[in-house]
Design a protein around this ligand. Structure first.
Ligand code: ADP
Ligand code: MG
Length: 252
């Protein structure tokens, strides 16, 4: 989106393009040739009914799930050639359930990724972790354990942990769905801020207001395929397919 550039480039977002992704669980083909395009610094929101394959598609993008076929290009290069651990660092993911270590502080949760994955010395990791917590507005909660934080703050710690890997693309899968309604806004605002900072983001969400406001492209999935994709105005104001029109009538 254009404002992303105006704000200056805080993050180094790369393009991500997925083509004809197929994936099966046993006999069931849950992705039947799905794809999407995110240019560097763009936000793609993925919407669609439960079970349509949104999470599976996201997991195929960073190698957490092995696709049957299809191509994922990161910054124009085939990710099949990348070590999966490298791919997961370059394409970070945040989940609905944030999976923080309950017995560790916010700072330790973020620093752990740096010492273990990036092999950073402890003190340096603590410094970087504190800075990333600052990025998500939680520098003053560094010493708190997850139970001492609200759900929204815990999710922001999880986002800080993902940011600490310096990803070029962030995948966010329903990151506000488990939050109390009053905590949703803060996390959505943080996501909008990442977008303005130039991060490439692929966001599975039920927050249609967010998709409308922040997405460059909205992708509507149903039954393992992308039924329709386009700018938010087109998707929300002038859906071409009856399936999308029906879905919107149920969620808006
Ligand atoms: P969404 O995120 O859109 O709700 P998912 O990607 O989670 O959809 O699931 C797509 C389909 O794949 C669903 O029918 C779901 O039941 C099935 N599925 C997801 N994960 C697994 C799994 N680990 N084993 C078998 N089936 C799965
Ligand atoms: Mg899902």
């Amino acid at each position: 989106m254009t404002t992303a550039k105006a704000d200056g480039q805080r993050y180094r977002g790369a393009s991500l393009r997925a083509r004809d992704i197929r994936m099966r669980f046993g006999p069931v083909e849950v992705l039947r040739g799905a794809g999407l395009d995110a240019a560097a610094g763009e936000v793609v929101c993925v919407i669609g009914p439960s079970g349509s394959g949104k999470s599976t598609l996201l997991r195929c993008l960073n190698g957490m799930e092995t696709r049957t076929s299809g191509t994922v290009l990161l910054d124009g290069r085939d990710t099949a050639d990348l070590d999966v651990n490298v791919l997961r660092q370059r394409v970070g993911m945040v989940f609905q359930h944030f999976n923080l270590f309950p017995n560790k502080t916010a700072l330790q949760n973020v620093a752990l990724a740096l010492t273990h994955v990036k092999r950073m010395p402890r003190e340096r990791a603590a410094e970087v972790a504190l800075r990333r917590l600052g990025d998500v507005g939680l520098a003053d909660r560094a010493g708190h354990r997850p139970a001492q934080l609200s759900g929204g703050q815990q999710q922001r710690v999880a986002i800080a942990r993902a940011l600490a890997m310096e990803p070029e693309v962030m995948l966010l899968d329903e990151v506000t769905s488990a939050l109390d309604p009053e905590l949703v806004k803060g996390v959505l605002e943080l996501m909008a801020e990442l977008a303005r900072g130039g991060m490439t983001m692929i966001v599975v969400t039920h927050e249609m207001g967010f998709a409308r406001r922040v997405a460059d492209t909205v992708v509507f999935m149903d039954a393992g395929v992308v039924v329709e994709a386009g700018p938010p105005e087109q998707i929300f104001e002038a859906p071409a397919s009856p399936r999308l029109a029906k879905f919107l009538s149920q969620v808006l």
